[in-house]
Design a protein around this ligand. Structure first.
Ligand SMILES: O=C[C@H](O)[C@H](O)COP(=O)(O)O
Ligand SMILES: C=C(OP(=O)(O)O)C(=O)O
Length: 454
């Protein structure tokens, strides 16, 4: 996030509101439309959270990944919360992503583009509008941008004041991320320090060995007089699902250099599996924005779906503009992905293909915990690499739900978290995340797959 640009101004753009008449899924039913309009109007007066030039820079980096010259690592909470936007928790998530990126960069000898599911991942699509506990039914929790998690009528009531709160929490999160990644914390000579404070375990020990090799290489480079800001700072971008239209639209700004509209709520915005209808409001609005855009594709996605999304979102077939994040499920990816890859390639398009091995592998235990098996997550990642090998396309990235905390939300991994252990530290308000150690283990395994390609 180093590149500065000319300031942006907020003006009405002809055509930008074409999404308004279209079906918009997964939106809250605001009880008081005037209050939402007031909140959106207030948001429209706020400064942009990210700059257009940064989004352009990310698009260039993603273009390199689409061409097979870089790898995208995108990760963070399932649902960020306002309460957990603390310095320690943000730092630990950034550290975990930096550590994973080091493992991948060193293993694959390839640049790794770091993108957090951070500073805006506050709205969640849900399967049901309501939740029932002990015979009491209340609105489902839709993320801190919409309502509260506590199971009381007051907390679950949707509240448009949260739109502004979400903006401000995103701003302070982003401020901290910028400070961590540009202000010395991401210096590669800190590669050991990133591991401190985490419980020592097998993945951490493997990481320590790798960090020692990196240290040696850095000392060698220093001795040779090599100096580069690439060793002391890192680019780190932010992304989230652009779900809540009353939040996203007011944060659109016109880039004064080019006159083009950018979503300034995050560098990269994605459209979820539940809202990717071609004729829906989400695809329409994001088709007008110049940011890098991603779309989730589940196991029922067809070649035709993918091609029509490309026509709508990336008509110029510009590498870096469009990323497909596949989330098929471990049992389906080997059948469902190869035809998609082949069909899109035959049509001459070059989207970036990324795997989300989390969202197709959810299960619920008998005791009611939503969880995922680490082995299923890993199996989907392997299936992703196999599918690309079969078709001859590039497996360009990994999208995961993770935390820097030692939570017990996903089953398995080398700590062997079992069903009984889930209860000890289950903190996610929506879907289960890989903990710090599981995230590192996954990074080592993905690095092995990338190494095989080389
Ligand atoms: O993160 C993704 C979705 O918001 C989540 O899987 C929905 O979960 P639900 O089926 O419990 O509503
Ligand atoms: C809701 C999500 O995923 P999907 O749209 O793939 O279900 C998510 O990534 O938070």
């Amino acid at each position: 996030m180093s590149q500065q640009t000319t300031p942006e101004v907020s003006v009405d753009v002809p055509g930008l509101d074409s999404y308004r008449g279209l079906p918009a899924k997964q939106q809250p039913t605001w009880p008081n439309p005037a209050a939402v309009q007031a909140a959106s109007a207030e948001l429209a007066t706020q400064p942009p959270l990210v700059f257009a030039g940064e989004a352009d820079q990310l698009r260039e980096r993603l273009a390199a990944a689409a061409r097979g010259e870089a790898f995208l690592l995108q990760g963070g909470d399932c649902a960020e919360t306002f309460a957990a936007a603390t310095a320690d928790k943000i730092r630990d998530r950034v550290k975990t992503i930096l550590q994973m990126a080091v493992v991948l960069t060193y293993g694959a000898s390839m640049p790794v583009i770091k993108v957090g599911r951070m500073a805006g991942q506050f709205a969640k699509p849900r399967s049901s509008d309501t939740e029932t506990r002990d015979g009491v039914t209340l609105p489902a929790y839709r993320g801190d941008l919409v309502n509260g998690y506590d199971f009381t009528p007051e907390s679950r009531a949707v509240n448009p004041d949260r739109l502004l709160q979400g903006y401000h929490v995103s701003a302070s999160t982003l401020n901290l991320i910028r400070a961590f990644t540009q202000g010395g914390f991401a210096d590669l000579r800190q590669v050991h320090a990133w591991n401190q404070g985490f419980v020592s375990n097998a993945a951490d020990r493997r990481y320590e060995a790798l960090a020692a090799e990196i240290d040696r290489a850095l000392r060698f480079m220093e001795a040779c007089g090599v100096e580069s800001s690439a060793l002391t700072q890192t680019e780190f971008y932010v992304s989230h699902e652009a779900l809540l239209l009353d939040y996203e639209r007011p944060l659109v700004r016109i880039d004064s250099r080019t006159g083009l509209p950018y979503g300034t709520s995050g560098h990269m915005l994605w459209i979820g599996e539940r809202t990717r209808d071609l004729d829906g409001a989400h695809v329409e609005l994001l088709s007008k924005l110049r940011n890098p855009i991603a779309v989730k594709l589940g196991p029922t996605a067809t070649v035709d779906d993918a091609l029509r999304l490309i026509d709508k979102l990336d008509p110029e077939r510009e590498p870096g503009r469009l990323t497909f994040i596949t989330r098929m499920g471990a049992g389906k990816i080997r059948d469902a992905l190869p035809p998609l890859l082949a069909g899109v390639r035959e049509a001459g398009a070059l989207p970036l293909w990324v795997t989300d091995p989390m969202h197709g592998n959810g299960i619920t235990t008998a005791t009611g915990y939503k969880t995922r098996r680490f082995d299923d997550v890993m199996d989907e990642v392997l299936g992703f690499f196999e599918a690309h090998r079969e078709v001859g396309t590039f497996p360009g990235g990994l999208h995961i739900e993770l935390t820097g905390d030692d939570v017990t939300e996903c089953l398995g991994g080398s700590e062997n978290i079992d069903e009984a252990t889930l209860a000890t530290r289950y903190e996610s308000l929506c879907d289960p995340r890989l903990n710090h150690m599981q995230s590192l283990e996954l990074a080592f395994q993905v690095a092995e797959e990338l190494k095989k390609r080389n």
